[in-house]
Design a protein around this ligand. Structure first.
Ligand SMILES: Nc1ncnc2c1ncn2[C@@H]1O[C@H](COP(=O)(O)OP(=O)(O)O)[C@@H](O)[C@H]1O
Ligand SMILES: [Mg+2]
Length: 280
């Protein structure tokens, strides 16, 4: 793995050429870790599947993958085997309890947590082949602004930043958004506020972040950056209980407040992201 695309490698550092994001792909990311990306990815996927969509969740948190734990799935074949040429992509895709498909990273993927040309090419090849088979693909990415996270996000047409109302989560969300705007020229970022104490928290937080962006990041009035608040998910004991029992919350407690919030979120995504007017 000599061909690392970061400055300081043995060779001339290569430019990270921006890729054209793939349609129908939503990256679920965050500034800070542990805010609920995997929980949101899995349960939103289940809610969208229940609404009749063909959904694939790809575990793109290569270093700290834990979608397998949340879904209680331990497949023999993972993305790692696809990357190493030991298996075909179709063999690594499995059905999750919520009626959606998953592509799990596997522990071997930790070797790929440095971005090399091979990783980029393999990822892009795998993704391009998969996307046409689904109505929507969710990328459960890692947190922060490492090369791998930013690359995974760059593949997506839509970015969802998950944040909690904690000040540290918000400052980290701001830092991530700033990089996404600067490096990927994103002008629309969607926000989901998880572990909200009160409904309405998320809207207030999004407005606050928007003001800071307008002041310090959106310097060109012709190119405004828009944060779109997609919804709040309350802090709910059922989330932890479901994870402890290795069950999908949408299945184990579909009537709990967090599940109802996710169901609403799914409707909102359906209305705003999945139904697109043709570009003019
Ligand atoms: N809405 C919520 N209410 C209560 N606990 C939550 C909620 N969302 C997430 N958690 C807790 O946070 C932990 C981390 O969530 P996870 O999805 O693994 O985060 P990430 O993928 O961002 O690292 C979960 O194991 C769960 O215990
Ligand atoms: Mg995670």
């Amino acid at each position: 793995m000599a061909d690392v695309l970061t400055p300081g490698g043995a060779d001339e550092p290569k430019e990270l050429v921006p890729l054209k994001p793939l349609g129908k792909v939503m990256a679920i990311t965050s500034g800070k870790g542990g805010v609920g990306k995997t929980f949101v990815s899995a349960n939103l996927a289940a809610a969208l599947a229940k609404r009749g969509h063909r959904v694939l969740v790809l575990d793109a948190d290569l270093g700290l993958a834990n979608l397998d734990v949340v879904l209680n799935l331990y497949p023999k074949i993972t993305l790692h085997d696809v990357f190493t040429g030991k298996a075909k992509i179709e063999e690594a895709i499995i059905k999750a309890p919520g009626g959606f498909s998953v592509l799990l990273a596997g522990s071997g993927m930790v070797e790929y947590s440095r971005l090399t040309t091979e990783v980029r090419d393999d990822f892009l090849r795998i993704m391009s082949g998969l996307v046409p088979h689904y109505d929507i693909v969710l990328l459960d990415t890692g947190a922060g602004i490492s090369d791998v996270v930013l690359f995974a996000v760059s593949l997506a047409s839509e970015v969802i930043v998950v944040a909690t109302p904690e000040p540290t989560s918000l400052t980290d969300a701001y830092a991530t958004i700033k990089v996404l705007v600067g490096q990927q020229k994103r002008s629309t970022i969607r926000m989901v506020v998880n572990q909200a104490a009160r409904m309405g928290d998320g809207r207030a937080i999004t407005t606050q972040l928007q003001q800071v962006l307008d002041r310090f990041v959106s310097t060109d009035p012709a190119k405004p950056i828009r944060l779109i608040h997609m919804g709040d998910i309350p802090a709910d004991q059922s989330v932890r209980q479901a994870i402890m029992r290795r069950q999908l919350m949408m299945q184990s407690t579909p009537g709990c407040p967090a599940a109802m919030a996710i169901a609403q979120l799914a409707m909102r995504f359906e209305e705003t992201v999945m139904v697109r007017k043709p570009a003019n």
